[in-house]
Design a protein around this ligand. Structure first.
Ligand code: GRF
Length: 202
């Protein structure tokens, strides 16, 4: 079976990245092969975790650079590894429309809310402030609008009496770690036949 060559982009602790790597390590038939982890920050804790798993890592620094310069280097790094699919996992840099369009249908994100509710940052605090009964997470294809794009999968959790931002975040994060590997597997399996012998955006 051909496995879709996939890069994970992170900016921080990388717990979703770890969930993806663990899913692939546990299942020889997992349809994505994680060939690269890229961080836009040198101090991302997730980099060391990826390296410890034997996954090649790269730092493409975003601070102090134009979006175009950053994305040109990012594209070169992805192309060098013949990456076919990109998974954003706590990647905190907004990507330009041309970059997103280049990866259309082959770049996914996980967002800690039930989109279209609570796009953007501080989703757990905003969900509590809004008094919603349910919160959760969404895996979606990336499109030029931030936290927009076709929804691939969602998981809901209840908001419980006495919840704090951190208790709610932990409940959602546990669902993220289940949802993302499953949703990415479905997409990678769909892409594999069309990508065989054609390394896409490289
Ligand atoms: C997650 O909640 C993810 O949904 C959001 O940023 C957080 C990243 O956490 N986009 P981690 O780095 O995967 O632990």
């Amino acid at each position: 079976m051909s496995r879709t060559r996939t890069a994970i982009l992170i900016s921080g602790r990388g717990s979703n990245m770890m969930a993806l790597l663990a899913a692939a390590a546990a299942d020889p038939a997992y349809p994505a092969a994680f060939v690269l982890v890229v961080s836009n920050r040198a101090d991302a804790a997730g980099l060391a975790h990826a390296a410890a798993q034997g996954i090649p890592t790269a730092i493409v620094e975003s601070r102090g650079r134009s979006r175009e310069a950053f994305e040109a280097e990012l594209q070169a790094v992805l192309a060098a590894q013949r990456v076919e699919l990109v998974a954003l996992a706590g990647f905190m840099r907004v990507l330009t429309a041309p970059f997103v369009t280049r990866w259309q249908g082959r770049m996914v994100n996980i967002h800690p809310a039930l989109l279209p509710a609570f796009k953007g940052l501080d989703t757990h605090a905003r969900a509590l402030a809004a008094g919603v009964a349910e919160h959760g997470c969404t895996v979606h294809l990336v499109s030029p609008g931030v936290d927009e794009g076709p929804i691939l999968a969602q998981a809901a959790v209840p908001v419980l009496p006495g919840d704090t931002e951190s208790s709610l975040a932990a409940r959602v994060l546990a669902e993220e770690h289940r949802l993302y590997p499953a949703a990415l597997a479905r997409l990678a399996a769909t892409l594999a036949p069309t990508l065989a012998g054609d390394h896409g955006a490289a």
